[in-house]
Write a protein that binds this ligand. Structure first.
Ligand code: LLP
Length: 479
């Protein structure tokens, strides 16, 4: 072992510390019932990963049902507690886009949450799971007439209208059916947040929502105001209130608070100038999770209290009643519940030249999945962490890159990680934090079958989505 391979590598990013014990699992990144068993192997709810691999194969998404239910309940209870006196509690809509299947939709319902969907397909999953339409919301910047009709067929609790065009179309469709559509307006409050930072402007240059910026930079004469005014004139529209979503993977509450303030000021103005009653306010999702040791998410209770304080003081300042608040967390509920189990294959070490004139080894560890089951590193430069799952070892850790099996050099699963030096083909690796936007964004690139999802609860593992087979891959090929 050379000095370079047994200690911190200059190739490691600043945030990645050399581990004292590479076998250690940082609790903030893993489901609550994941731990190492007596022999060192990773277990979930007491089931060793080797058993999961033997029964279900790999790659495999392994989800803790207990952890999912606990996180869902934590959001509901924390926000209910913080807002109880202000508006009687909070409606928590789980954002199905982060991960959705019928079983998970049922857990959401059983834990007292509602479900946020954003397509006809997600509505179909909700319907199959037996979720009542009154507990569903529908998003989307380009909803089709078929999707709007389906939402009305299902008696949706809220359709979050994204544009003036959609408002007029929905009003006509609902009028034709002799119905009233329950509507929220998605507004862009000019706050865009990502992780620890947010920017606040008058305008937002993006495809979602109705702009709150009028010609003079205030909200006067804005598309948002035009929407509220038009909605009041439609008998077929039941205007419930306003919505915003300022971004995703956000750690600090300030961005949410500023967005809430801007929306509440608008609520007050609409009331004064148009007599509009807007009894509901949805502050969207976006709460961040720990993908690496550097991420420091706040507990839901802390976020809830910070947001409740701003909502309360703003409503008092404006002299308006506190609207019924809702939120739409996805990632923060499902992300940490799941790890992806991979088997290692080819190993390779390359020597990398650095700007300081040095040359250092980086080991590439190939696994049996990749960008087809986790597109986030490619799409967003997302960082992940990884643990040797099938055993522990006392070998020193070396800087490694976990890569997939796809024909693309950007096919990276974990860009930077210290993994034990003795990893060999056939070892199992676990990548935590893959519950959100991994399975949901999976593809069949290179005709690689998408993995199944196993739910583990009380020492039992069961498939809730089966993995694809070669027959599935060929099923739509009519040639
Ligand atoms: N509500 C609305 C209107 C949204 O657009 C989203 C996410 C959510 C709620 C849930 O956000 P969450 O709590 O999960 O952050 N694919 C990207 C994230 C896209 C988020 C899209 N909208 C990623 O993997 O980072």
């Amino acid at each position: 072992m050379t000095a370079e391979t047994s200690a911190a590598s200059p190739l490691a990013p600043d945030w990645l510390a050399y581990p004292e014990d590479a076998n250690e699992l940082l609790p903030k990144m893993w489901a609550r019932d994941v731990a190492r068993g007596a022999a060192g192997e990773l277990e979930i709810s007491g089931i060793p990963v080797s058993e999961l691999k033997a029964r279900f194969g790999s790659p495999l998404f392994v989800m803790s049902e207990m952890d999912f239910r606990t996180r869902a309940r934590d959001f509901k209870e924390s926000f209910d507690a913080a807002f109880a006196e202000l508006c009687g509690g909070v409606d928590v809509y789980y954002a199905g886009k982060s991960f959705l299947c019928t079983e998970v939709a049922r857990w959401v319902d059983q834990e007292g949450l509602r479900l946020d969907t954003c397509s006809g397909g997600e509505l179909a999953v909700a319907a199959r799971a037996g979720i009542p339409g009154s507990k569903l919301g529908l998003h989307g910047n380009n909803k089709s007439d078929a999707e709007l009709n389906r939402a009305l067929d299902m008696g949706l609790g809220r359709i979050v209208v994204d544009s003036l065009d959609e408002l007029h179309r929905l009003a006509a469709i609902a009028a034709e059916r002799n119905e009233r559509a329950n509507v929220m307006f998605r507004l862009t409050p000019g706050v865009h947040a990502h992780t620890h930072e947010f920017i606040a402007t008058a305008h937002e240059d993006q495809k979602f929502g109705l702009s709150m910026a009028g010609p003079d930079g205030t909200t006067a004469g804005s598309p948002a105001e035009e929407a509220v005014r038009s909605a009041l004139g439609y008998d077929s529209i039941n205007l419930l209130g306003l919505h915003c979503h300022i971004g995703s993977q956000i750690f600090e509450p300030e961005g949410f608070a500023l967005a809430a303030e801007r929306l509440l000021e608008f609520v007050a103005r609409m009331r004064k100038e148009h007599g509009a009653e807007l009894p509901e306010l949805d502050l969207g999702g976006g709460y961040g999770i720990a993908y690496t040791e550097a991420d420091t998410p706040r507990p839901p209770a802390e976020l809830a209290q910070a947001m409740a304080a701003v909502v309360s003081s703003t409503c008092a300042r404006l002299g308006i009643a506190v609207p019924r608040i809702s939120i739409e967390p996805g990632r923060a509920i499902v992300g940490p519940t799941t790890f992806t189990l991979y088997e290692t294959g080819t190993l390779k070490t390359v020597n990398v030249d650095t700007p300081d004139g040095g040359t250092y080894p980086r080991r590439y560890v190939s696994v049996d999945g990749g960008m087809s089951d986790n597109a986030r590193p490619v799409l967003y430069d997302a960082d992940y962490s990884v643990a040797l799952a099938s055993r522990v070892t006392q070998e020193p850790a070396i800087i490694s890159r976990v890569v997939g099996k796809h024909c693309e050099s950007g096919d990276i699963v974990v860009r930077d990680a210290y993994l034990p030096a003795d990893i060999a083909a056939g070892d199992l690796l676990a990548v935590p934090g893959t519950g959100a936007y991994c399975w949901a964004l999976a593809s069949n690139y290179n005709y690689v079958a998408r993995p199944g999802v196993v739910a583990v609860a009380d020492g039992q593992a069961r498939l809730i989505v089966r993995g694809e087979t070669e027959e599935d891959l060929l099923a739509r090929d009519l040639g």
